[in-house]
Design a protein around this ligand. Sequence first.
Ligand SMILES: NC(=O)c1ccc[n+]([C@@H]2O[C@H](COP(=O)([O-])OP(=O)(O)OC[C@H]3O[C@@H](n4cnc5c(N)ncnc54)[C@H](O)[C@@H]3O)[C@@H](O)[C@H]2O)c1
Length: 390
Amino acid sequence: MTQIRYGMVGGGPGSFIGGVHRAAAAVDGGYELVSGSFSSDPAKSQQTGEDLGLDGDRVYSEFYEMAAAEAAREDGIEAVVIVTPNHLHYEVAKVFLEAGIHVICDKPLTTSVDDADELVRLATERRLVFAVTYNYTGYPMVKEARERVSAGALGTLRKVVVEYSQGWLSTLLEAEGHKQAEWRGDPERAGSSLALGDIGTHAFNLMHYVTGLEVRRLFADLGTVVEGRALEDDAVVLLDLEDGVRGVMLVSQIATGERNQLLLRVYGSDAALHWSQEDPDRLRLVDSVGTETVLFRGGDVGPHATRATRLPGGHPEGFVEAFANIYGGAAAAIRGDDAVACSSESALDFPTVQDGALGVQFIDWAVQSDRSEGWVSMVAERSAKSSEAK
Ligand SMILES: NC(=O)c1ccc[n+]([C@@H]2O[C@H](COP(=O)([O-])OP(=O)(O)OC[C@H]3O[C@@H](n4cnc5c(N)ncnc54)[C@H](O)[C@@H]3O)[C@@H](O)[C@H]2O)c1
């Protein structure tokens, strides 16, 4: 198996998620980091390249120079990983797609629906692989949950409750120069939303991945609890899902004491399932008479969860390995094994540019709903869009 040569944009000194991506790409040995433009500060970019053992000629001050130079080399990068603040995702992805390079981009895909649609168009037209790191769908027991739901284990779906609560923005951290909070609190760099763009979009993707349900309408109430903050730090979204399924989403970054409380509960006519990101190896099923079954990663679970597992049950796996499962799916697709990698039935499934665009659309609908203080019909918007496209 040859390694996929990749480069990274973002992920410089003191950054958060760039290092997680590098670790995830390395887990199964499918990728080799050979290039980067790691920071908007050229000296910091060079320093990061040196720390990572890269050839200095392949560390660039600007991402567009990197795209041109790498596309011109015979041994240039085959894929780029984008881990900059949100406002840059679109420009960076566009430049690399136009240079014929596959993309792995963190969420939210873009800060506008039009930009997201443009990336879908470009990736499709150029037949390039585009993964969006909605990493929670990489957990084995999330894959098991999806399998159980689609096999009808819960009966007729009735209600979904998804929550993503954090407490780290309980104070005005962005005013104190905190690196991650600073741009997340700035509408110019984060986009029109803070909490929904940062974590609500994960909750939405998780709900959609496990249940397969589309949203017909939504009603969002976005609130800013911390004084002086420019965007929302707390949200409740009511979801009117396909087939009359009712949904509630709770999202907060001011939930004091919470770390990464991502919880999914799905209720059907016969049973319910519960999954918690802070206890990811366990999937709890409860039937209508209250009998509880707890399934464990590495135990008697289906082939998708089993294939997404590396260590025997009881040896914890987690965040990095879930990311690595997305990297594994993207690698199969980049190598041309599209039939395997792009099938939703496959263990190598990964979130695509279309999933990323839906996540951006969700944020936009929620912001619209909050501003108009009313329900936003997603079905009407989507059918208008698809008839425009014809
Ligand atoms: N999937 C997840 O679980 C997850 C978790 C955290 C962050 N994210 C997403 O990842 C992205 C990065 O978040 P973060 O928390 O790591 O941010 P961060 O502020 O820690 O890091 C951003 C990095 O981008 C670099 N950068 C800024 N402008 C640049 C430019 N013009 N060229 C090259 N590099 C540039 C910065 O120097 C920094 O190194 C965001 O879009 C965020 O939403 C996803």
